[in-house]
Design a protein around this ligand. Structure first.
Ligand code: ATP
Ligand code: MG
Length: 356
């Protein structure tokens, strides 16, 4: 089997490498400024764990190589403007939005989208970075250089946020996980819950993501984040990679999202993963490791070995058990060993589990 090279060296890359080990697939993580000599481009399968990369000798070389899976897709999906246009062309519902190219547009923007909007940089934002909450009295807080390089969206009310993670193989076959329920705070994912019961949203969401993946002739795992509103689902954004909201699959699915991605890009069988149990994922953000967590046998710790900084994702915890009641009790028992803000996330997750 060809070796896999992953652009980027972050935690998603490491988790792809771990998944490769059990399949006997060698996964190398590559720095963006790596020496080209060390990368046998034509004899490898290249994928990415990051969505936006600078123009380096390496990225220029691989961006046109057929070994770099989906190389034609990244320019479309990593620019919020072309991503939104694609969704609109496919008649898939999104939040009302506009391209923001100059200050003169503001009166029209507020009249079309309402008085509370979110400006999002076209490239490179993540975890809520590269976003500005704007109303008519603070448009001057936006950097001048942003115009032409951002879109603006209506700030909507939604009842829930969900994501669908799916994969498409080279032969066009697809596989999906159950919808994941997500809780964000300040633009950052805090916790996810995956339940076993599939509802009607599942087939609607699978249809939407299938349309997108087939249109792009996409290979690998793709993630679709949606807002749930009274009219149905609005697509928030797409990621052409494995996703934080799919981390629960490492411990509660027969095939994790990382393995599923490797299978798809290596043209290996792509059956629908079997989900064994409901699961909860808690992101560990800006906190030091606490070995007392390991006293709980249902807890799977995934620690990224990164320097702990405020607002930095440094690990995650997966909790799985066949009983949602037990899971809920375990979540409650973690309150004393997690920072006080986790009380909110735990409350939200316990509430979701009660719907199982
Ligand atoms: P990610 O970390 O998933 O890459 P991101 O930084 O790319 O996130 P978004 O997913 O666009 O950014 O936004 C982050 C969160 O901010 C969303 O999950 C949602 O909670 C909130 N949000 C984004 N857009 C809107 C909107 N138009 N109206 C209301 N809330 C929004
Ligand atoms: Mg997002």
């Amino acid at each position: 089997m060809k070796p896999v090279y992953v652009l980027g060296t972050g935690q998603l890359g490491h988790m792809l490498r771990q998944a490769g080990e059990s399949l006997g697939v060698t996964v190398h993580l590559i720095e963006l400024d790596s020496n080209l000599q060390t990368l046998p481009v034509d004899k490898s399968v290249i994928t990415t764990e990051i969505e936006f990369w600078p123009n380096t000798v390496l990225t220029r070389k691989i961006s046109k190589s057929s070994s770099f899976i989906n190389h034609n897709v990244f320019p479309i999906l990593t620019d919020r403007l072309s991503q939104k246009k694609l969704l609109n062309d496919l008649n898939l519902a999104t939040v009302p939005w506009a391209f923001l190219s100059c200050k003169m547009q503001w009166p029209q923007v507020f009249s079309n989208l309402g008085q509370r909007v979110i400006v999002k940089s076209r490239h490179g934002g993540y975890d809520g970075r590269g976003q500005w909450h704007v109303s008519p009295d603070n448009t001057n807080t936006l950097p001048d250089t942003l115009y032409g390089h951002c879109i603006v969206e209506k700030n909507i009310h939604f009842s829930n946020e969900i994501s669908l993670i799916g994969a498409r193989g080279r032969n066009g076959a697809t596989a999906f996980y159950p919808l994941t329920h997500n809780f964000h705070e300040n633009g950052m994912l805090r916790t996810s819950v995956a339940l076993l019961n599939k509802n009607t949203q599942q087939s609607i969401a699978e249809h939407m993501l299938s349309v997108i993946m087939h249109k792009l002739n996409y290979i690998g795992v793709m993630t679709m984040e949606c807002f749930v509103v009274s009219d149905g689902l609005l697509i928030n954004e797409l990621s052409a990679r494995v996703h934080n909201s799919g981390h629960w699959t490492q411990n509660a699915a027969s095939i994790s999202q990382f393995e599923l991605h490797l299978r798809a890009i290596l043209n290996l069988p792509l059956p629908t993963p079997v989900i064994h149990m409901p699961a909860v994922m808690l992101n560990l953000i800006g906190i030091k490791p606490h070995m007392a967590w390991l006293s709980e046998p249902r807890l799977h710790l995934h620690w990224y070995n990164k320097i702990v900084r405020d607002n930095r994702k440094v690990g995650h915890i997966n909790l799985v058990d066949t009983s949602p009641i037990v899971l809920s009790r375990v979540l409650h028992s973690l309150l004393p060993v997690l920072p006080v803000e986790y009380a909110n996330y735990i409350l939200w997750a316990r509430n979701k589990l009660s719907q199982q």
